[in-house]
Design a protein around this ligand. Structure first.
Ligand code: GTP
Ligand code: MG
Length: 370
């Protein structure tokens, strides 16, 4: 743990230790003596009070960091939109995804897709591609959002025509708004007898969704995940919106992405990663959270080996030393050494944070005893 003795700290600040003690008292530190120890993080804050700028540790350079954003994204190649399906329980999210998955070109090429990985790309007959993400509201999405990362570009809000707006519909709306992600509404189960499309529309308007029927700009598509009715319209609407949003990414340079899910499979440690920038290929080195990989295999949603994963592609990655966690950021490393160094640097950071937290707890406990 990084701790500094108060006397040594006073000397470093060029203040008489006794004066420093008094000043610490004024800053709100209680029960401090010349022999007390202060955590490095706290000391950095105190040093700032005295006009010192804490220096960036040299160790910081040992981490792998994402590249700065591009200066002019409009010059970059387009990438497929990343779409998340959200909605209330049983309103038909999985059914809609399964329909899209089965009707996609990839599914037809590979005789149907039976595996359920957390993300898949639909290749439309026009050659255009849409990437869909499953399991929304998942802890990983929250973790990524807390780090300022929006993995999703568009939210498709599924509302069952026979059940209308429900608590999780509102919850999904809240998430989409917080992430500032545009919404397309899919009113599902329109094949059912009890379908009440107009009622759903007014309930949506009541929930503050500015749907186009009432002069807003949120598109509403009526679909049936069961019969496939309206599904082409849904895809078309997504493509139209994504053309307006115009998502572009670098295909070259160090790749970046996010771990959507990870698990131990008979084939080994597997993580589903959504590539956001650059292109991943077998043999590449990547770090994610507290682990790294030399990519042994890249597989698409059909379980087929692929040679490269450009931006907007969800891909299963094999070759991990340990399982990364959902929500971890993936960053490509130039070599094995840099990947390992980044991981041990991060482990060091984590240990120090733990020590600092423990130190604070001990200090609190001492105070309570006094
Ligand atoms: P959770 O994952 O539990 O939140 O549910 P979900 O939103 O994924 O719903 P799911 O796709 O599992 O569908 C729930 C039920 O509704 C299933 O029995 C589906 O067969 C049925 N269902 C889904 N879409 C349709 C539809 O368009 N028409 C009809 N008639 N039934 C549907
Ligand atoms: Mg489901």
């Amino acid at each position: 743990p990084e701790l500094i003795n108060i006397t040594a700290f006073a000397n470093a600040l060029k203040i008489k230790p006794q004066d420093f003690l008094a000043q610490l008292g004024e800053l709100g530190f209680e029960g401090v003596t010349l022999d007390s120890l202060m955590a490095g993080e706290t000391a950095a804050l105190v040093a700032q009070e005295y006009g010192y700028e804490p220096t960036v540790e040299a160790g910081d350079k040992q981490d792998l960091k994402p590249r700065p954003p591009p200066e002019d994204a409009s010059l970059l190649p387009s990438r497929p939109p990343v779409v998340t399906i959200m909605g209330h329980v049983d309103h038909g999210k999985t059914t809609i995804l399964d329909y899209l998955r089965q009707s996609s070109v990839a599914a037809q090429e590979h005789g149907g897709i039976t595996q359920h990985i957390g993300a898949f790309s639909v290749k439309l007959s026009s050659g255009k591609q849409i990437t869909f993400l499953d399991t929304p509201g998942h802890a990983a999405f929250l973790a990524m959002r807390q780090r300022g990362a929006n993995v999703t570009d568009i939210v498709v809000l599924v509302v069952a025509a026979d059940d209308s707006v429900k608590p999780q519909t509102l919850e999904a709306l809240k998430h989409a708004r917080a992430a500032k992600v545009p919404i397309i509404v899919a009113i599902n189960k329109i094949d059912k007898g009890g379908a009440r499309i107009d009622a759903v529309k007014s309930d949506l308007a009541g929930a503050g969704v500015e749907i186009e029927d009432f002069g807003g700009d949120v598109q509403v598509v009526c679909v049936s995940g069961k019969t496939g009715q309206g599904m082409d319209d849904l895809e078309e609407n997504i493509l139209t919106l994504s053309e307006i949003l115009d998502h572009r990414s670098e295909v070259d340079g160090p790749a970046e992405g996010w771990v959507l899910e990870s698990s131990l499979k008979p084939t080994g440690k597997v993580a589903t990663v959504l590539v956001k920038r650059g292109t991943l290929r077998p043999g590449d080195y990547i770090a994610a959270g507290l682990t790294w990989a030399k990519i042994r295999q890249l597989r698409n949603e059909a379980g087929v080996d692929i040679a490269e994963a450009p931006p907007g592609t969800p891909v299963e990655i094999l070759g991990w030393k340990d399982l990364p966690a959902a929500g971890d950021q993936v960053i490509q490393s130039p070599d094995e050494d840099r990947a390992k160094t980044a991981v041990s640097y991060r482990e060091g950071l984590r240990d120090r944070e733990k020590d600092a937290t423990e130190y604070e707890a001990i200090t609190e406990a001492r105070k309570a005893l006094q």
